[in-house]
Design a protein around this ligand. Structure first.
Ligand SMILES: [Fe+2]
Length: 326
């Protein structure tokens, strides 16, 4: 069969929220609408996406637009090019910027966890995660951003959304702590990557309904070490590595993998541990219902006080109250 007679490959598309089509940004990919059972071209590659384009989508209550899978790399580059300026553009409503932040992080983190990670985190993914952290820290520092992001926080547990939530809560507390911009970046990166080692744990164990056997529990406990080994080829600082490796340590020494005690657990790691527990309790899991924020905090204060840092706990409660989450 020569090239002219070879059957054309079916074209595949992926959905994107219209909020990701930034006004006046130039995208070198085409955008399609799903209309009457077919994909219909909306804007051509190289065409600026105007305010009118956005308004038309909004007016017609379009929830998804589509991009051809072959143009995914161009779409990812476009997000990277524009995310920082969009998030810091105070002319845009904070609700819209929060939506953009949550969508952009979801795209990257879902991609990371879907890509099986046989030999570790790919450099390409790492660069994208680093970009998300750099671009969102300043945004999350602005007044009311946590409050604006809170409605997007889903209560269905998935590892990648959990990583994003822990990142969001932790960065909010970092910014109320005595930390330099560099530390906030390095530990923010650690928060976003803290559970990356779970990509090596079988789904049958991670999503098991009912209680785990002792052997299964031991397998899960390996995820902080898997996480560090999966990132061994990447230029991570000790601050970032500590967050991945020690986020299950407890102040009373009963945590894992090292059984570290109080002063040996760095402060940013204690913040991540607390955010980790809080998000786990307030999210629907295969084995437990999601708890209300106040109930989760009460449980943490009464039943987990020996393992968690109660000064960090107070700061955490203040941050959540300030964002109207409580
Ligand atoms: Fe974990």
């Amino acid at each position: 069969m020569d090239q002219n007679t070879r059957a054309a490959r079916p074209v595949s598309y992926f959905p994107v929220s219209p909020v990701m089509l930034f006004p006046e940004a130039l995208g070198d990919f085409s955008v399609y609408l799903w209309q009457g059972g077919d994909f219909v071209l909306y804007t051509k590659s190289g065409q600026r996406f105007s305010l009118q384009h956005r308004q038309m989508l909004h007016k017609n209550d379009v929830k998804d637009v589509y991009i051809q899978s072959s143009e995914k790399p161009q779409y990812e580059k476009y997000i990277e090019r524009n995310l920082g300026s969009i998030l810091l553009n105070e002319d845009l409503p904070i609700e819209m910027r929060s939506n953009v932040f949550y969508e952009a992080s979801t795209v990257v983190m879902q991609d990371v966890f879907d890509s099986k990670l046989p030999t570790g985190l790919r450099a390409r993914h790492f660069d994208r995660i680093t970009d998300i952290v750099k671009n969102s820290i300043k945004f999350l520092a602005s007044d009311n951003s946590l409050k604006a992001v809170a409605p997007f926080i889903s209560h269905d547990y998935q590892t990648f959304t959990h990583c994003m939530h822990v990142f969001i809560y932790s960065v909010a507390v970092f910014q109320n702590s005595d930390m330099s911009d560099n530390e906030i970046f390095e530990c923010g990166l650690g928060a976003l990557l803290h559970d990356v080692g779970k990509a090596k744990i079988p789904h049958s164990i991670l999503n098991k309904r009912g209680s785990l056997t002792q052997a299964e529990r031991e397998i899960i406990k390996e995820h902080p070490i898997h996480g560090v080994s999966m990132c061994a080829h990447l230029p991570l600082t000790q601050n970032t590595i500590n967050c991945i490796l020690f986020h299950h340590e407890k102040l009373d020494g009963t945590g894992y993998p090292a059984g570290l005690k109080t002063d040996n657990i760095p402060m940013p790691v204690r913040i991540i541990s607390l955010a980790d527990v809080y998000d786990a309790l307030t999210t629907e899991r295969p084995y437990a219902e999601a708890m209300e924020p106040y109930a989760a905090l009460t449980l943490m204060r009464h039943d987990m006080r020996d393992g968690l840092d109660m000064n960090v706990f107070k700061r955490f409660v203040t941050v959540l109250s300030g964002a109207d989450i409580l």
